[in-house]
Structures are given as structure tokens and as C-alpha cells.
Design a protein around this ligand. Structure first.
Ligand code: SF4
Ligand code: SF4
Length: 323
């Protein structure tokens, strides 16, 4: 039983917007056969590289009730992090992906979903059960976001939200309440466009919607734990952490609404670092500069690995100038 006659979806949507969540949607727990097949193919073809954690958790991806008994709805929430003041690339500077030059999105999204859940509790008379996940559980997040009607996945494999493009982060609230509203199937925004495929400097988008992480700069600089091979080192180009090239060229990202500044303020001090400055960092200066950002998660050793590659690439000028 709920406390009012209003549709809970309407109330939750209103509260989500008040909290600064860009887009929210509600999906029943349905079969995700296509997404599961794509996921299995990625593992079978080893396109996930050395992200071993993706090889586990398949049963929970297929059946979200393994994450929450009695689950009825998956609420997908997207937060836009695009800031208009993010600068154009500068010669000699190590580039940092937009999502890394701000507060760690895991914490921001988790906090917003906690606030939203506290509100949802007030709607119902009886206690409910819920699980919040922000990259922390095996969940097919883009598939659920599509089912919830908040976006479509483009040829660059990223979810595109109508109001704000693909510079978004996702979180999910799994909940044992049936929350429904009418959703319209969104059109795919890509059409005949192939810009992301053509602008990826390493050929990591091997087919529309199919990524080989082993060639992706984001994977190499963020996920890969070991030292680079010579080829991997060259592929990194001038990117110190992450890569935005397949989003920067995307027409769906032009003139979209920016993120609320108080949620994701740009950290100016991270935007103009040289690779030499990174190589001179000590444990305490690394902590001071990067604590609370996604970059802190990879640690100083891997960041210096990335910086060495960027420094060599900039000085040799041999990489594809991905600016
Ligand atoms: S993040 Fe960079 S390397 Fe990876 S697919 Fe996009 S453009 Fe290519
Ligand atoms: S660049 Fe073009 S093809 Fe790629 S995701 Fe954007 S709209 Fe789709």
C-alpha cells in the first residue's frame, strides 16, 4: 500500500529531477537475451581484455533476483557530467577524460540514489527492500536503461540520453515494488553516421556497437593493471587517463544541456598537467591532487606508467594526433 493515490513513478521522477538526476526510468524485470548474447560474445572473443571480473557474475546478470530477492523494478538513473568549460586539447599536456576531471562519479551517483531511496521509502506504508548499484554489481546497465526508455546505445557502445548526450554516468536502484509508467521506444540516434568509428585513433570500435577493449585507450589507461607493451604504449597517444574521442566527435553530443555545476564542478588543477609533472609526483602530492577523483583509484604507479607513455608519444610525435 502507498500513502497517496499519485503514481509512484511520477513522484519519484519529480524528486529525482529535484535532486539533480538528469534522467530516470523504470523497467520491469524482463529477459535481456540480446544483451546477454552480446556480453557472452565479448567474453568468448576475449574483447574484454584482462578485465577478469567480467568473466564472473553471469547468472546475476541474467537474473537480477540473485541481487535482490523479490525484485520487481529496476530504476535506471543517469547523471550528466558534461561541463562546457572543459578545455580544447593543449600541446604538451596530458589529456584527462571529462569524467575524471570531476568528483568520483561513483560517490556522487551513490549519494543521489541514497537520497532518492529515502524519498521512495516515504511513498509506501510497508517496508520495502532495495539495492543501490553504481558499477558495483553485475548488472546489464545499458540494457536496463534502454528498457526503462531513458536512452539508446550508439555505435560507440555508449548510452545516449536524449536530453544530454552520452557524457553521462549510470546508477541503478533495484527494488521490490512494482513501479510502472508509460514509456515510448526511443529512436536510435546514429542513422548512417560513423563518426565515432572513423575518429577512434586505435580502431577499437571494430564494428558498429562492438568494442575491442584491448585497443581502447580508456581500457588501457584505466583498467589494464600491468605494464604496457610497446604497441599499447603508442596507442595511448596523449591520453593520461581515459579517452573522449568517440564522444567528442558525436553529433548527439553537440549543444546538449550541461551538468549542474554543483554536482560535477571541473577540477581546474587537473586540466593542464604535463606528463613530466605526473612523473615528479610523490605519494602525498598524488593524494592531494587526485584524492576523491576516479584517477585516485588506479594509484600512482599506474598513473606514472601512463605518463611515461604520454611523454614518449608527445616527444616522438609518432602517435596519431588525436586532438
Ligand atoms: S574511448 Fe577512445 S580508444 Fe576507446 S573506442 Fe572511444 S575513441 Fe576509441
Ligand atoms: S558518432 Fe555517430 S555513429 Fe557514433 S554514436 Fe555518435 S551518432 Fe552514433
Amino acid at each position: 500500500m502507498q500513502r497517496t493515490n499519485e503514481n509512484p513513478a511520477t513522484m519519484i521522477r519529480r524528486e529525482a529531477l529535484r535532486l539533480g538526476i538528469t534522467s530516470i526510468g523504470f523497467s520491469p524485470v524482463i529477459g535481456q537475451e540480446k544483451a546477454l548474447a552480446r556480453f557472452s560474445a565479448m567474453i568468448a572473443e576475449k574483447r574484454h581484455g584482462e578485465m577478469k571480473y567480467l568473466e564472473t557474475g553471469f547468472p546475476a546478470r541474467a537474473d537480477p533476483s540473485m541481487l535482490l530477492a523479490g525484485i520487481k523494478t529496476i530504476i535506471s538513473a543517469a547523471l550528466c557530467y558534461n561541463r562546457p568549460e572543459y578545455p580544447a586539447p593543449t600541446s604538451g599536456i596530458a589529456r584527462i577524460s571529462r569524467h575524471a576531471a570531476i568528483d568520483d562519479y561513483h560517490r556522487v551517483v551513490h549519494r543521489k540514489l541514497e537520497e532518492l531511496l529515502a524519498f521512495i521509502h516515504t511513498i509506501y506504508e510497508k517496508p520495502l527492500h532495495a539495492v543501490i548499484t553504481v558499477d558495483s554489481s553485475p548488472v546489464l546497465e545499458k540494457a536496463w536503461a534502454e528498457s526503462a526508455g531513458i536512452g539508446r546505445t550508439g555505435k560507440n557502445t555508449l548510452l545516449n540520453i536524449t536530453a544530454s548526450g552520452s557524457y553521462i554516468v549510470l546508477g541503478e536502484l533495484l527494488i521490490d515494488r512494482e513501479i510502472r509508467e508509460e514509456t515510448m521506444a526511443l529512436p536510435n540516434h546514429c542513422g548512417a553516421c560513423r563518426k565515432c568509428i572513423e575518429n577512434c585513433p586505435t580502431g577499437a570500435i571494430v564494428e558498429p556497437g562492438k568494442l575491442d577493449a584491448r585497443r581502447c585507450i580508456s581500457y588501457l589507461t584505466i583498467e589494464l593493471k600491468r605494464d604496457f607493451t610497446a604497441e599499447e604504449s603508442r596507442m595511448v597517444g596523449n591520453w593520461l587517463f581515459g579517452c573522449d574521442l568517440c564522444q567528442e566527435c558525436c553529433p548527439a553530443n553537440q549543444s546538449r544541456k550541461p551538468a549542474p555545476e554543483k554536482l560535477f564542478a571541473i577540477k581546474e588543477e587537473l586540466l593542464y598537467l604535463t606528463p613530466e609533472a605526473i612523473l615528479n609526483l610523490t605519494g602525498s602530492t598524488f593524494r592531494k591532487l587526485f584524492s576523491g577523483t576516479p584517477i585516485y583509484r588506479i594509484g600512482l604507479k599506474r598513473l606514472k606508467r601512463n605518463a611515461r607513455a604520454v611523454m614518449e608519444n608527445i616527444s616522438s610525435g609518432s602517435f596519431i594526433q588525436n586532438t
